[in-house]
Design a protein. Structure first.
Length: 425
């Protein structure tokens, strides 16, 4: 691996830490929040201090040959423990149980880090090794035991974390499940990392040279595991926000035709103030929905249920489903009302829509907006609104003239009966 293969993951993790820093400061009393910050910080430190240029610089600055080895091993052990603690706090449970288990793991890995330092002090590693320290000193007294302890501690944390995430993923759904499966992949890569190093060390004990497993392949797997761990932990937090943002943007775009249609009803009275380009999607959606409601109130006096019924029947005849036909009927009614409002061609509708129809319209605004954009029935209504209005008015007039409640109709009917009687006489 090149030096950049170490530094790029380190920088990426620390950028993530900087992004989450305000939340970490506000919620520092929460053990879960503290553990998240610890995982990101220690993970970045592990990659930074494991880079060969950093190892050389630390060894030179300390004046002690291979001083970086116990430092890097301790950081990696701390990262393993912090990831395990994060899963424990994340999953939750009875507070007393979570606290007890967390303290046990913390104490265990503090002992491991202390033992690593003691074993390094007792051993002798005079030759600086930047990339193959594990295999070069695998058979050295005390140093070999330090290497074995570090690998076993790392494998233990990787195995336990993998099992915990696997079991938990089988019990949950959604973004949390997806994040846990990604964590399983990441920790399986970590487990393979330490497993390959252990195989290379054991090979040295038996006189075989399998150094490439430790110096080439294992670091590559570790570099692959870092983004998996980061994505796995962040996905359940970011995923729902991404999904809601996507839904808001989709709905915002779908409401565009309805927004523009209603906006033409009264050009001198805009539906809402301009929306700044930097506004979040949900703010833009809220503003658009409010403007549409204002537009519906504006054209409300011209909404004609007779237009809706005819357009719905035409959509039924064209083979649309009942739901789509209902949306097309509402869209046609809005298109006719917008044109009537804009041109002032009608004082009141022939048939006022019932409250149930108005409620159905308001509950299906995205579907109605789609129909405004795509339906040939709505297009025909929009192009022939005056003729349709006249037809509707004539139908209304005929209905009113034949109604028994119309006094003039009753008088005309009575006069016709009297004339008939006189004629027969």
């Amino acid at each position: 691996m090149d030096s950049s293969d170490y530094y790029i993951p380190a920088v990426a993790l620390w950028i993530g830490l900087a992004v989450k820093l305000p939340g970490l400061v506000r919620g520092w009393r929460d053990p879960l929040v503290r553990t998240v910050g610890l995982v990101i910080a220690v993970g970045g430190a592990g990659f930074f201090f494991a880079a060969p240029p950093t190892i050389a610089a630390v060894n030179e600055a300390s004046g002690v040959a291979n001083f970086s080895s116990p430092l890097v091993y301790s950081i990696i052990s701390g990262f393993s423990a912090s990831c395990l603690l994060l899963v424990i706090h994340w999953r939750g449970g009875p507070p007393a149980y979570v606290t007890r288990v967390s303290r046990r793991w913390q104490a265990g890995y503090l002992l491991v880090a202390s033992a690593l330092v003691v074993l390094f002090a007792l051993g002798d590693a005079p030759v600086n090794r930047l990339t193959d320290f594990d295999t070069y000193y695998a058979t050295t007294p005390f140093i070999g035991e330090m290497i074995l302890l570090y690998l076993l501690a790392h494998m233990t944390a990787a195995l336990v974390t993998t099992v915990m995430c696997w079991r938990w993923a089988l019990q949950v759904r959604g973004w949390l499940r997806a994040g846990l499966w990604i964590l399983v992949v990441g920790w399986l890569l970590n487990l393979t990392f330490s497993g390959l190093k252990l195989v290379a060390v054991v090979a040295q004990w038996t006189g075989r040279d399998w150094n490439t497993l430790s110096t080439d392949l294992a670091p590559l797997l570790s570099a692959l595991s870092a983004p998996c761990a980061t994505v796995g932990f962040l996905l359940p937090l970011v995923g729902p926000w991404l999904a809601s943002t996507r839904r808001a943007m989709t709905t915002y775009r779908r409401l565009g035709p309805l927004w523009h249609e209603l906006g033409t009803a009264s050009p001198r009275l805009p539906l809402a103030a301009p929306i700044p380009w930097h506004s979040p999607p949900y703010v833009r959606l809220t503003r658009r929905e409010a403007g549409i409601q204002d537009g519906l109130s504006l054209v409300g006096p011209c909404l004609d249920d007779a237009v809706r019924a005819r357009a719905r029947d035409a959509a039924d005849a064209a083979g649309h489903t009942a739901a789509d036909a209902a949306h097309i009927g509402h869209a046609a009614m809005i298109a006719a009302a917008v044109q009537a409002t804009r041109e002032g061609t009608r004082d009141r509708p022939a048939v006022v829509p019932e409250h149930a129809e108005i409620d159905a319209l308001r509950d299906t605004l995205p579907e109605v907006s789609d129909a405004l954009r795509t339906s040939p029935v709505v297009r025909a209504v929009r192009e022939d609104t005056p003729a349709m209005s006249a037809t509707t008015a004539n139908a209304s007039s005929s209905a009113n003239s034949s109604s028994p409640a119309n006094p003039s109709s009753q008088a005309n009917s009575s006069s016709s009966v009297e004339d008939g009687e006189k004629s027969s006489t």
